[in-house]
Design a protein around this ligand. Structure first.
Ligand SMILES: Nc1ncnc2c1ncn2[C@@H]1O[C@H](COP(=O)(O)OP(=O)(O)O)[C@@H](O)[C@H]1O
Ligand code: SF4
Ligand SMILES: [Mg+2]
Length: 405
């Protein structure tokens, strides 16, 4: 495997940078997928500044399963219309107490080169499972349907060797980086893990480790001979980011990368990711339970509830005019200085229902202040609303309230 560890276990919207990549790659424009995966595979919100304006280079030419890219080499130009990643109708089933349930249920989205997509939802909504499904890192016994395509190639169709080569270009970092490190290894070896697997010569490995450490603000001298436990949580997350960067990825799935860090360190790591993204024209999927954190890093945001996307759109649309009652509930959970500016009353009704028996119709209806009888009868599908985003709700906030004349 590459640098991916084996199995570790309402404020005003920030404008998009002028040079931001295309942010709404329509699924309709994607190549058709014939393949169906039927694989059974092996805190408080930080006060961060918005990401710096980025100038992502064009998408590198399709390299198939060619040798690992050199992250310091300039990216060749190609059609910017091609998404770096396409997830289509992804469904992941797990088993609990002898019963199977859908942890992820028909999720589709695309990520453009250099784009950051935020993936937000409460604990248990399926965020990590989506990340692991993208990297083909789901545990034994899980069942996957749908497709994950990198440059149009369905990842589940690849041989083990071809998948290893792809993993150099699709990386993942985790909430707890330390658990993904081999504690007996020195930091330099950890950062070089993916490079060693790819069989690069020692001199080239050393050069790339040095460059990746420099990208996260660490020098080789500072880490030489030291092991992960000698570093702070924030430094360990930097080391994990360096390990992912060393192999020259085009996309990194960042799974709650700051959730276990102090608030001041959270801001540093978020800003670091923003800098790296701009410098390397990296696409990111930024997973968080906190809409405030995601706002500072994303071009677009997808809101997940019980395994389904209930709202997806640009930051501008989603934060200015959140249309799904669940998005409003999450935003309402973000502390604001003046409680009178809340979008909805602070009360959050009921807990998340059981995954084993989700409610009929709209699965958010047991917590929704706008629920009507239709909501129990028909499951709402994603559809565009006037503000520009897509929303899976019969009575979104962007439209007249239920019962209005
Ligand atoms: N390996 C597994 N086996 C069984 N259930 C799992 C497994 N991994 C996750 N789940 C369940 O799947 C659901 C989604 O989990 P997860 O993707 O970790 O959510 P999130 O990252 O949004 O907190 C949860 O109900 C969780 O308990
Ligand atoms: S469909 Fe009905 S229950 Fe579901 S979010 Fe919309 S108004 Fe609420
Ligand atoms: Mg998670």
């Amino acid at each position: 495997m590459s640098g991916v560890p084996a199995q570790p276990q309402a404020r005003s919207p920030a404008p998009l940078p002028a040079s931001a990549p295309p942010v709404a790659t329509p699924l309709a424009a994607m190549p058709p997928v014939a393949t169906s995966l039927a694989a059974t595979t092996a805190a408080p919100s930080p006060t961060t500044s918005p990401l710096p304006a980025s100038s992502p280079a064009a998408w590198p030419a399709s390299a198939g399963d060619a040798p690992m890219p050199d992250p310091s080499a300039p990216a060749p130009s190609a059609s910017p219309a091609q998404p770096v990643l396409l997830v289509r109708d992804l469904t992941v089933r797990f088993e609990r107490g002898g019963r199977r349930f859908n942890a992820v249920d028909g999720v589709s989205f695309a990520v453009a080169p250099g784009e950051t997509l935020g993936l937000v939802g409460e604990s248990g909504s399926g965020k990590t499972t989506i990340g692991r499904a993208i990297l083909q890192l789901l545990p034994q016994g899980s069942t996957v349907e749908g497709a994950v395509l990198h440059e149009g190639v369905a990842l589940n169709t690849l041989s083990a060797a071809a998948l290893r080569a792809r993993r150099a270009r699709l990386q993942m970092i985790f909430q707890d980086p330390v658990s993904s490190f081999n504690p007996r290894r020195a930091v330099e070896e950890i950062v070089a893990e993916g490079l060693a697997i790819q069989g690069l010569p020692r001199a080239e490995r050393t050069r790339r480790v040095e460059a990746a450490l420099a990208d996260v603000g660490m020098s080789r001298e500072a880490v030489r001979g030291r092991r992960p436990h000698q570093f702070s949580g924030g430094q360990c997350q930097r080391i994990a980011i360096a390990r992912a960067l060393a192999v020259g990825p085009e996309l990194i799935v960042c799974d709650e990368p700051v959730a276990s860090l102090d608030v001041s360190v959270q801001a540093q790591v978020i800003n670091l990711l923003g800098d790296i993204r701009a410098r390397r024209a990296l696409a990111l999927i930024f997973i968080s339970h906190d809409l405030a954190v995601v706002r500072n890093v994303s071009d677009r945001v997808a809101v997940l509830y019980l395994g389904r996307i209930v709202e997806i759109g640009t930051n501008d649309a989603l934060y200015a005019r959140p249309a799904h009652p669940y998005t409003r509930m999450l935003l309402d959970a973000v502390p604001v200085p003046d409680a009178s500016r809340r979008l909805v009353p602070a009360a959050v009704p009921a807990e998340m229902p059981s995954r084993l028996a989700p409610p009929s119709g709209c699965r958010f209806r047991t917590r929704c202040p706008r629920a009507q009888s239709l909501c129990a009868e028909a499951e709402p599908q994603l559809r565009p609303v006037p503000a520009g985003q897509q929303v899976a709700c019969h009575f979104p906030h962007d439209e007249p309230a239920p019962g209005a004349a």
